[in-house]
Design a protein around this ligand. Structure first.
Ligand code: URA
Ligand code: URA
Length: 237
């Protein structure tokens, strides 16, 4: 899906607001402004039919300014044939160093959450809305999200999971195109392009607010239930 011209104009205004107009926008964005936007759909990564080819194709991505401060692009990790994809927010410092998602403190808690529903990291696929670390772990900017979202969408199209679990409000709001609060998005099953999507708290939020652990537990138990039903349907006993 290519961003519309109004999205693009908003993106450019936002870049100028944030970075100042003396800071040259990446040349590519200026070309986009000049109307070369139709080339967007012909970008080579869109034709990649495997995750491996796809990550190689976008390794040098410079769609946004996070490319200037990153050490590593953090594409995702886990089982390419996973039935469950977890989507977080953005890499943190440790993830940026290692090039892998959820390898810091939030990742340790995530492993425990998965273990609570008898899942190991190797059985699922884990990625983020943003592939590059926002400096100081600030929230992703709307412009960064709109630049990076096509990658996440392509990733999900390639994996074709049976379930998506959004970790935290950024993943949920981005994939569901809503501004609704996390508390109102969790606790029900949404639809993302035909795929059941569930929402729960971000593990980093649980470290700060352990009182949300109970609801997180309920959310992942619900996921496990649906997953068990799914497994029964594909491999009747
Ligand atoms: N938080 C995230 O959202 N993603 C990571 O990969 C690590 C921490
Ligand atoms: N706010 C967030 O960003 N994430 C959560 O998980 C909860 C509140």
């Amino acid at each position: 899906m290519k961003p519309s011209q109004p999205d693009l104009a908003a993106f450019i205004r936002e870049q100028i607001e944030i970075y100042g107009d003396e800071l040259a926008l990446p040349a590519r964005d200026l070309r986009l402004e000049a109307g070369a936007f139709s080339q967007e759909s012909e970008e080579p990564w869109r034709k990649c039919a495997s995750l491996q080819a796809f990550v190689a194709e976008i390794a040098a991505c410079d769609r946004c300014l996070l490319s200037k401060s990153r050490n590593n692009l953090v594409f995702g990790s886990g089982n390419e044939n996973a039935h469950i994809v977890l989507v977080g927010e953005a890499p943190g410092a440790r993830e940026d160093q290692m090039g892998k998602p959820f390898v810091g403190d939030a990742g340790l808690l995530l492993d425990k959450i998965l273990a609570a529903i008898q899942l190991q990291r190797e059985q699922v696929y884990i990625c983020n809305v943003l592939k590059c670390r926002p400096p100081g772990n600030r929230d992703p900017l709307p412009a960064e999200i709109s630049q990076c979202l096509p990658y996440l969408e392509h990733q999900l199209h390639l994996i074709k999971p049976a379930f998506i679990l959004c970790l935290g409000r950024h993943a949920a709001q981005t994939l569901l195109h809503t501004q609704a609060a996390l508390s109102s998005l969790r606790g029900r099953v949404h639809d993302w392009q035909g795929i059941p999507l569930l929402v729960t708290y971000h593990p980093a939020a649980l470290i700060r607010y352990p009182q949300f652990k109970r609801e997180t537990w309920e959310d992942v138990q619900r996921l496990r239930q649906l997953y068990d039903q799914f497994l029964q349907n594909i491999q009747p006993s």
